[in-house]
Design a protein around this ligand. Structure first.
Ligand code: F6P
Length: 359
């Protein structure tokens, strides 16, 4: 009998269910001695408080296309791992206890950066853990791809497409805020796919004068509108010079809800062109997974299950050089995968005239 635990941790994404289906289907198909499945509710909280559902392979049927997570999720910040819960429960010992109480052979953890750090800690405590790279942000170190990213790019691209028609009718500038936390993968891909004129990402600090001159050049050439795709973590050259502490203080003192509003205000004031803000927000994490995510999620699930059946643990399923592989948890933990400002896509985007605000 193989006894497994499953949990989904951190911000959700479109392909969590598709990934769990991949794990369970592969185990069911290859495990000759029977399978017992424990689905922990709301991420690590379920493991801490022993909140779980005993599930069957049937529960994972028909969920390939369903967004969100059938288990529920929550954020359990890694930096608070050794701080007891409000009711005094010690998180790490409680999770270890739940694992042993259920006599689990393996815990599958679907999560992003912080969640993988916690998975690494649990592995260090002696638990058999396999992590799977979830996040729309695509910022997980040790893998070229994460599931959720492609679907989020689709949503953000559709938003830019929709804004294009109204921007062009009204002759407006639109500043669109795109998710991605501290990195610029989604705005870069959606910006290129949606034909944005300016793309601002955290990895390339911008100067407003460059953004403005791009808009003015377009106006001079007779373009009625401009689309500016801005990463939620975009940063100006001036702010990039501040220390982490100074920047945090500046953000805390900001009176507008986010950077896109400041950018839009400055564009309108300087160019005189009517400027609007659009924020797709959490729609980028919602809806169905796209075909690419369904395939990658299924691959991740199958590889994780095969690893478990081989009795191999302590890694994150990853893709490197287009090949499915494994990256040790200890190598992933605590690192972010940033966009390389010198990468081909940025070089090509610049070649066709997209401004990144740096020059
Ligand atoms: O990590 C995914 C993500 O959607 C980020 O892009 C974004 O910064 C963050 O989560 C939003 O978090 P929350 O759902 O907690 O508001």
């Amino acid at each position: 009998m193989l006894r497994i635990g499953l949990l989904t941790s951190g911000g959700d994404c479109q392909a969590l269910n598709a990934t769990m289906r991949g794990i369970v289907k592969t185990l069911e198909n290859n495990c000759k001695d029977g399978l017992e499945i424990y689905g922990f509710e709301d991420g690590y909280q379920g493991l801490i408080y022993s909140r779980f559902r005993v599930m069957t392979p049937h529960d994972f049927s028909g969920i390939l296309t369903r967004g969100g997570t059938i288990l529920g999720t929550s954020r359990t910040p890694f930096k608070m791992l050794d701080t007891p819960e409000a009711d005094g429960v010690e998180k790490v010992p409680a999770m270890v206890q739940t694992y042993h109480k259920l006599r689990l052979d393996c815990l599958f953890m679907l999560g992003g950066n912080g969640s993988t750090k916690t998975a690494n800690r649990l592995a260090q405590e002696g638990l058999n853990v396999i992590a799977l790279p979830k996040t729309i942000d695509n910022d997980t170190w040790g893998t070229e791809r994460t599931f959720g990213f492609s679907s989020a790019v689709e949503v953000a691209t559709e938003c830019i497409d929709n804004i294009h028609t109204t921007a062009s009718s009204h002759g407006r500038v639109f500043v669109i805020e795109i998710m991605g936390h501290k990195v610029g993968w989604i705005p870069l891909y959606a910006g290129v796919a949606g034909g944005a004129d300016v793309i601002l990402i955290p990895e390339i600090p911008f100067e407003m004068k460059n953004v403005i001159s791009t808009i003015e050049r377009r106006m001079e050439r007779g373009s009625r509108f401009t689309i500016v795709a801005v990463a939620e973590g975009a940063i100006s050259k001036e702010d990039a010079k501040l220390s982490k502490k100074e920047y945090k203080k500046k953000l805390a003192e900001r009176t507008s809800p986010s950077i896109v509003y400041d950018i839009a205000r400055e564009i309108e004031a300087t160019t005189g062109r009517e400027t609007r803000v659009a924020i797709p927000g959490h729609t980028q994490r919602g809806g169905e997974p796209d075909a690419q995510d369904r395939v990658f999620a299924t691959q991740c699930g199958a590889e994780a299950a095969l690893g478990c059946l081989a009795g191999e643990y302590g890694y994150m399923i990853s893709q490197i050089g287009g090949k499915m592989t494994r990256t040790p948890l200890g190598e992933v933990a605590g690192k972010l995968k940033y966009v390389d400002p010198e990468c081909d896509l940025i070089r090509e985007a610049k070649a066709l005239g997209i401004s990144f605000g740096d020059e």
